[in-house]
Design a protein around this ligand. Structure first.
Ligand code: PNS
Length: 159
């Protein structure tokens, strides 16, 4: 059984994240999506809401398991015998920090990190930008799955 993990904050999941998860799901038997719990940073969506949205938009893939985690990603991997982390690289600017994390994680437990080049259509995309644009009434319908767009609009209306 070949397993990999796609980790992140996913606040909320975007088409860029989904593209990387779908590509990983074609390469591995099971892809674990690990949603980081960050007590220091309150997101727009709760962890449960993020998990629900990811489950909804990945349900057609059939081999994606969504879970939250706190602490070190390498411990999440060790507990589940996951040998590989799959990350998207949007631009050269992502590379320095991603390389540092990949080397640190390799040094800690020997877990591999595999980088996939982001689809150029999403190379500028981040959850933060989506939230900012949506907050000011900008159109993000082409950047997130429909379920996420609906939840984003509902959430922003509550504020
Ligand atoms: O979507 P994000 O916020 O860019 O994801 C960052 C994430 C969750 C992948 C990264 O912060 C992470 O792996 N955090 C877990 C804590 C950890 O293992 N830190 C050491 C990294 S070398």
């Amino acid at each position: 059984m070949r397993r990999a993990v796609c980790p992140g904050s996913f606040d909320p999941i975007t088409n860029g994240h989904l593209d990387v998860i779908a590509r990983a799901a074609r390469l591995y038997d099971t892809v674990h999506v690990a949603v980081m719990i960050n007590q220091a940073k309150k997101g727009l969506f709760t962890i449960e809401e993020r998990i629900g949205l990811i489950e909804s938009v990945t349900s057609d893939l059939g081999n994606v398991k969504v879970e939250s985690f706190h602490g070190l990603l390498v411990d999440f991997c060790k507990q589940r015998e996951i040998p590989a982390i799959v990350k998207g690289l949007r631009a050269v600017s992502d590379f320095d920090y991603e390389l540092q994390m990949a080397q640190m994680n390799m040094g800690l437990t020997g877990v591999e990190t595999l980088f996939v080049p982001t689809n150029p259509a999403y190379s500028f995309l981040s959850s933060s930008l989506v939230k900012e644009v949506a907050q000011w009434g900008g159109d993000v319908a082409h950047l997130v799955p429909p379920q996420v767009l609906d939840s984003l609009n509902a959430k922003l209306q509550q504020q």
